[in-house]
Ligand binder design. Structure first.
Ligand code: FUL
Length: 609
């Protein structure tokens, strides 16, 4: 990646904004800000802390990052071997013969997404199990070895063609972690294979706009941890698909830090954060105490301590269902319109892009419930945001600290306020306030911190004649480009209940705590067990569940991993290999999600008939 180093001599500051304060060194005293720094700015050594904050406003998106940000709604498609095995992470030992969608229809996916307002689709070309959805030359573990279309099919090709037909952009998820590749862990060899896979994807299917590298990593069959050559991967993308943004372990787009659809109310796109691609960077992030999951990624305090800044905006990835892959038992848990709208306000409305996952089923189609919900979601957004109560909302307002501006409204009931900064001139606003003029007086109806590309705040229903936006604090002249006032009609709440236990726990007694041994007080017959992670405590990752009829002789009922539980701590439902009868159970945590040995309580375990 190109690093732009800012030499002191090169700083030519103009009077378009505050003049930089005298520094102790006095070297940049007469300088003014006249330059923008796409994607990255490395601070000169002797710059003052305040100057760093001012210069942070000159870090801007690249054209690719800007185009991506404007998409707002993007979709993930998790489809692959796990769709057929019912797992979230395959172990790479799956037989390609299992992959056989009965009615694969990429057009149905893309048309549904297009009709719902989505602008880009990212397909899991290869997930952690290593199974490739295109006929790659790099491994046998692909669609070419599957019965689907007699091994002549190519999912990536069909999806890309459908995207072209309906006019939406296309991206690929290529998991660096590969649990099937024999070379995984033999770093140079696997990196060559990975580059070959990347090259196939980036040369055979036309234009690609996003490449998504997951951060999950593991050991190879040789027991060694794979060391990825990230810089080489970046270079391949930059050369072969210059319009593509590189996400997550890529350096253009940042993971928001959770898989729940939750953005930050204070979300800076300018941040010292950078993907952990080498030791120097890892040490630097440690020193600043930041990671993708940190709350503060851009405050003044942080910027003042940083050595460099990046335009590294947030992407909120979340699934429309509890899991990333389709599981029929989650059919009743498709997120409601209300849940999706909350996610929208917390992503697009919090200076992020939404990447909503919609996993097709074993037919190879988006299920009817999900498709209908998507359409409902798209229609709702369209109807709410097509009626701006403020005329002439597109503005070029240059606001300094304490500037305010009034807007006439249509006088109708409203409950959402929307603000945008022109991010081609950087992100600047630190605090703002919204006042409404109603019943003959002004009153504050909302306060917020950052704006960035887009900020939406929910309001109590109100009917102002006018509203007033006050920029309370900005790092430099703020460039406000859009103001909106809207009404979002109430959505009826739908209750979703997830059954995690079919038996009475009244008779259950803990016999041992670690591992957890429960005397059930009756003989039960179960076909599945459930495990519920607790908020704010380490979850079990690898486990073993044993059962007994007499509390003396035990047999293993289930042994495995709760894949992805660290990032997505949802209740786990595990089918037992065979329906079993027992009256004692033992739940052993073999490894915790953070590498510890967390305890389990009765409340976390359940059985299903
Ligand atoms: C995670 C993966 O481990 C999940 O399986 C999923 O692909 C999600 C989007 O990223 O880290």
């Amino acid at each position: 990646m190109r690093r732009i180093v800012l030499g002191l001599g090169a700083i030519m500051f103009m009077n378009s904004c505050q003049t930089l304060k005298q520094t102790t060194q006095g070297q940049v005293a007469s300088a003014t800000l006249d330059k923008f720094y796409p994607k990255e700015l490395v601070f000169p050594a002797n710059i003052s802390a305040d100057e760093k904050v001012l210069l942070s406003t000159r870090v801007v998106p690249t054209p690719q990052q800007l185009a991506w940000q404007k998409l707002e709604l993007t979709a993930f498609i998790h489809f692959g071997m796990n769709t057929f095995t019912g797992r979230e992470w395959g172990d790479g030992k799956e037989d390609p013969k299992i992959f056989n969608p009965t009615d694969f229809n990429a057009h149905q996916w893309v048309k549904t997404l297009k009709d719902s307002g989505f602008k880009l689709l990212i397909i899991t070309a290869k997930h952690h199990d290593g199974f490739c959805l295109w006929p790659t030359k790099t491994t046998q573990h692909s669609v070419a070895s599957s019965p689907w279309k007699n091994g002549k099919g190519d999912i990536v090709k069909e999806v890309k063609e459908a995207c072209d037909k309906y006019g939406i952009k296309f991206g690929v998820y290529l998991s660096p972690w590969d649990r099937n590749a024999k070379s995984y862990g033999d770093s140079p060899k696997y990196n060559d294979m990975f580059v070959a896979q990347l090259t196939e994807l980036l040369t055979q299917y036309g234009e690609i706009h996003e490449v998504w590298f997951d951060g999950a990593n593991g050991e190879g069959p040789n027991g060694k941890t794979q060391v990825y050559d990230w810089k080489r991967f970046y270079k391949v993308i930059e050369e072969l698909q210059p319009k593509a943004v590189k996400a997550i372990m890529g350096d253009d787009i940042r993971w928001v830090g959770n898989e729940r659809g939750l953005g930050r109310a204070t979300e800076w796109s300018v941040t010292p954060l950078y993907p952990d691609i080498n030791q120097e960077i890892i040490q630097e992030q440690k020193a600043l105490n930041i990671s993708a999951t940190a709350q503060d990624l851009g405050s003044e305090e942080l910027v003042k301590k940083a050595k460099s800044l990046h335009w590294f905006p947030s992407e909120v990835d979340v699934s429309i269902r509890p899991g990333w892959f389709y599981h029929p038992e989650q059919d009743a848990q498709v997120k409601s319109l209300q849940q999706l709208m909350d996610i929208y306000y917390q992503s697009v409305g919090m200076n992020s892009v939404l990447l909503l996952n919609v996993p097709p089923d074993t037919r190879g189609k988006i299920s009817e419930v999900d498709a209908a919900r998507l359409r409902e979601f798209g229609k709702y957004i369209q109807s709410v945001f097509s009626d701006n109560h403020i005329k002439n909302s597109k503005i070029e307002w240059k606001a300094s600290n304490s500037s305010e501006k009034e807007f006439k409204t249509a006088g109708k009931t409203a409950n959402l306020i929307l603000l945008q900064e022109d991010i081609t001139k950087g992100q600047r606003v630190e605090a703002f306030e919204v006042e409404a003029y109603q019943n003959g007086k002004w009153e504050v109806i909302a306060t917020g911190t950052t704006i960035g590309y887009k900020r939406i705040l929910k309001l109590e229903d109100c009917q102002p004649e006018k509203i007033k936006i006050k920029i309370l604090k900005t790092r430099d002249i703020a460039n406000i480009s859009n103001v909106g006032l809207f009404y979002a009609p109430k959505i009826e709440a739908v209750e979703q209940k997830l059954q995690l236990n079919d038996f009475s726990k009244n008779k259950w007694k803990v016999q041992e705590n670690q591992p957890l041994v429960i005397k059930l007080g009756e003989n039960i017959t179960a076909k599945a067990f459930t495990y519920q992670p607790l908020p704010d405590s380490e979850a079990a990752f690898k486990y073993q569940l044993s059962a007994s009829k007499d509390g003396k002789s035990w047999g293993v009922l289930s042994k495995g991993e709760f894949s992805n539980i660290k990032n997505n701590p949802i209740p786990q439902i595990v089918k037992l290999d065979k329906v079993s009868e027992f009256s004692f159970v033992k739940f052993e945590v073999l490894e915790g999600a953070d590498g510890g040995k967390p305890k389990t309580s009765i409340a976390q375990i359940g059985f299903l008939k």
